[in-house]
Design a binder for this molecule. Structure first.
Ligand code: GTA
Length: 171
């Protein structure tokens, strides 16, 4: 079946500032890659849950969970790598907007996974968008320095994920 996604401008509104090439190469990668980015995930969602949902679009080659670069814990995104382009397009078409762990996930075409892209690029370790978020995110997760995870107690030394955007919290 012919691809329904011909126009690269309509494939994704996201432009990765770290893509190692020009606009034409970026658009070509978006049109041919078999990788999708999944955003707005819960910090509690597991790789197994992602596998279960995304294998409905086709056979999965690999899943890479997005991690906070400081705490090394999931921070709300992942990459799913398929074998076929058709399955990649089906994932964007049919799975984006569905609810996973009570959250509407966003599935976006991606130019292709490279080592290092799994880490949040925000100043505090998580995703950049989380730092600028102005709304309240109920997915509160508290992480102690020794990585003991607790969601029912509050201590000064705990790292708080979720709630209001981190930069907003400082204002
Ligand atoms: N394919 O939509 C995406 C996408 N996002 C959001 C991140 N990645 C994505 N890939 C695809 N589609 O590998 C990938 C990145 C990286 C990994 C983690 O996920 O390529 P990140 O989210 O921590 O950092 O990336 P990134 O993407 O470099 O952040 P960026 O582009 O600055 O900002 C993302 C969003 O944050 C913006 O769209 C905007 O909503 C918000 N934002 C950024 N800066 C501001 C600001 N100054 N004010 C308000 N909002 C802001």
């Amino acid at each position: 079946m012919a691809s329904l996604f011909k126009d690269p401008a309509k494939l994704s509104a996201y432009r990765d500032r770290r893509f190692p090439g020009n606009q034409e190469e970026f658009e070509h990668a978006l049109q041919t890659s078999t990788t999708v980015y999944v955003g707005n995930m819960s910090f509690y969602t597991t790789e197994e849950q992602v596998y279960e949902l995304f294998s409905r679009a086709g056979e999965i080659k690999k899943i890479i969970m997005g991690l906070d670069k400081n705490s090394k814990t999931p921070c709300g995104f992942c990459f799913v790598l398929y074998y076929s382009r058709e399955d990649t397009e089906d994932a964007c078409k049919y799975i984006s907007g569905t609810i996973l762990d009570d959250r509407p996930i966003r599935v976006d075409f991606d130019w292709g996974f490279q080592d290092g892209r799994q880490w949040g690029r925000g100043r505090s370790g998580g995703q950049v968008r989380d730092e600028y978020r102005t709304d309240y995110d109920p997915d509160i997760l508290l992480i102690a320095p020794n990585n003991f995870v607790c969601n029912s107690c509050i201590l000064d030394s705990y790292l708080v994920i979720g709630g209001y955007g981190k930069l907003v919290q400082k204002e």
